[in-house]
Design a protein around this ligand. Structure first.
Ligand code: NOJ
Ligand code: MG
Length: 576
């Protein structure tokens, strides 16, 4: 079981701070897989509420919940049928209220997911559009078009779905004939909305208010770069990956990162800013946009507060690549005065403890890692993951953690095909395994059914045997465990003020194999060093190591004894 924080006022930001998000550590909960309260094998809101102490004990500032709204689950809830209600699988609105209340009592802020690019095909608007037929006002809220070719049998353009297959589906009209096509950048159960329609705009302003009135502190905005499509929907020959075709000089893809999306967020910002205390409600964009200067446009002062920065996540495990990812991210954001964000894992990418144990850590966005792929080196992956996390938590800005990474959980790479639910797998006819491997229910208790995820032992995805040793109860209070490393790093990050202040690379200590960074924070000077060289490097003179990612008990003491930093280890040190 989790230990409650010694004092939540010590581990949490002051409630009056309106810019809490600038350096916050934010923990992503994937509701299906965090904790199951009712025993049906699917995580739910009461399960989360009962386990919020774990997050308070970890010392994070906020929790971001992936969607828990009414949904037929064609894409695990990223297909929303009712934006103002909770899916019965996850609980009720009253359960959401209780979760928000309990989180606030523990000093944790709550961010909910907003999915504005598309609805579910079971949303009342889409059902009405199907019934009302071609040319009706109901169809205008979505992107319906006549097909090309004789009898309109060809899709209106050549766009492909991010999840594989065509981005268009043909409907059967109310009179039983084959009719128009509708656009879905993702699954066919996720029809894209037409953001030129005033009712679509008005609806989402109201949805924002609905959740703000219930007390949420912010929104994570799904596919924030996709809402507006280019006039005329011109053909685009590339694959439609999340990060497709964006380059410094164009050509720009007709479905991603259109300049007109920014108007939408300016309007949303005025809604957020109208809530008290002014400025305390935030939005973070999920926008797979390159280069960082384009991404920075989403965080101009009158738009969003943050945007996920996937540059660091995609960087190779090499000192120059990491340094470059940090520099590019920081300079783009500095130009608009916004804090940078950092993230290593989420529900769409292979967990970093496995990714970093492969030869090609930068890939695996959306496609997963399966039994037929070369298997990651688990030990190497975890070692690098701990070093990468300590580096991330020492960077200025806000850091996002994904549930289970604090336990060092690996990707489940050998899930049986029958268990897979990700539409990516099905739309690629099983040729791409997809994202289920990072969504496996997390282990709480080594010796309990389903490792304590569910009281009945049910689990919507099977858990791999390695999860037992990594359960929360096996790591709690164990010096050198990944869980205790995260706790220590998050606490020190706050005490040392690492989320703010300046960053300088140290040209003497750094090299092509060693990252050495000096952090000047309002609270002092810290040296952060990651050794990526094949051999150990000496601990510099005149420093006192306060954190080391080396495993085993008392890693800082061990380091003082040997005087060296081993390969794939990050240290934080105070300058004497
Ligand atoms: C991004 C989300 O993170 C992903 O899980 C989802 O499938 C797509 N957006 C579509 O909503
Ligand atoms: Mg349940």
């Amino acid at each position: 079981m989790s230990t409650p924080p010694a004092s939540s006022s010590e581990t949490s930001p002051s409630p009056a701070s309106t810019t809490w998000w600038r350096d916050a550590v934010i923990y992503q909960v994937y509701p299906r897989s965090f904790a199951d309260g009712d025993g049906d094998g699917i995580g739910d809101l009461p399960g989360i509420t009962a386990r919020l102490d774990h997050l308070a004990g970890l010392g994070v500032d906020a929790v971001w919940l992936s969607p828990f709204y009414t949904s037929p689950m064609a894409d695990a809830g990223y297909d929303v049928a009712d934006y103002r209600d909770v899916d019965p699988l996850f609980g009720t609105l009253a359960d959401a209220d209780r979760l928000i209340e309990r989180a606030h009592a523990l000093g944790l802020r709550v961010i909910v997911d907003l999915v504005p690019n598309h609805t579910s095909d079971q949303h009342a608007w889409f059902r009405a559009a199907l019934t009302a037929g071609p040319g009706s006002p109901e169809r205008e809220r979505y992107i319906f078009r006549d097909g090309r070719g004789p009898d309109g049998a060809e899709p209106p353009n050549n766009w492909k779905s991010v999840f594989g297959g065509p981005a268009w589906t043909r409907v059967t009209e109310p009179d039983g004939t084959l009719g128009q096509w509708y656009l879905h950048l993702f699954d066919s159960g996720q029809p894209d909305l037409d953001w030129n329609h005033p009712e679509v705009r008005a609806e989402f302003l109201d949805v924002l208010r609905f959740w703000l009135d219930r007390g949420v502190d912010g929104f994570r905005v799904d596919v924030a770069n996709g809402l507006v499509k280019a006039e005329g929907l011109p053909d685009w020959d590339e694959e439609l990956a999340l990060l497709s075709g964006a380059t410094e000089d164009g050509p720009t893809p007709p479905m991603w990162d259109r300049d007109e999306v920014h108007e939408i967020y300016r309007e949303w910002r005025t809604v957020l800013d109208s809530y008290e205390p002014a400025g305390s409600r935030m939005m973070v964009a999920e926008a797979w946009v390159e280069p960082p200067s384009r991404l920075a446009m989403y965080v101009r002062p009158d738009e969003m507060h943050q945007a996920f920065n996937f540059t660091y996540l995609g960087a190779a495990w090499e000192a120059p690549a990491l340094r470059d990812a940090v520099d590019r991210s920081m300079s783009a954001n500095e130009a608009v005065g916004a804090p940078t964000t950092w993230v290593l894992s989420n529900h769409d990418v292979v967990r970093h403890a496995s990714r970093l144990g492969t030869g090609k850590p930068g890939s695996f966005v959306g496609i997963g890692l399966g039994p037929d792929d070369p298997q990651p080196d688990a030990e190497l992956g975890l070692r690098r993951a701990r070093a990468a996390t300590a580096l991330m938590l020492a960077l200025p800005g806000s850091a996002y953690l994904y549930q289970g990474e604090e336990l060092g959980l690996p990707e489940h790479t050998t899930l049986p095909d029958e268990a897979r639910e990700d539409p990516t797998f099905h739309r690629h006819n099983g040729q791409v395994v997809g994202r289920d491997g990072c969504r496996v229910p997390i282990p709480w208790v080594a010796d309990a059914p389903a490792y304590g995820f569910s009281p009945t032992g049910e689990s919507w995805l099977p858990q791999p045997p390695e999860f037992g040793e990594l359960a929360v109860d096996r790591q709690e209070g164990v010096e050198g465990s990944t869980l205790e490393l995260y706790r220590r790093a998050i606490r020190l990050r706050r005490e040392l003020g690492l989320g703010q202040g300046e960053l300088r690379w140290d040209p003497t200590l750094g090299s092509d194999d060693v990252l050495a960074m000096r952090r000047s924070t309002p609270l002092g000077e810290v040296l952060v060093l990651t050794n990526l060289a094949p051999d150990p490097v000496a601990v510099p003179d005149g420093v006192r190591v306060v954190l080391s990612t080396e495993d085993g008990p008392h890693p800082e003491r061990e380091l003082a004894r040997t005087g060296t930093i081993a390969t794939d280890v990050t240290i934080w040190a105070l300058l004497d």
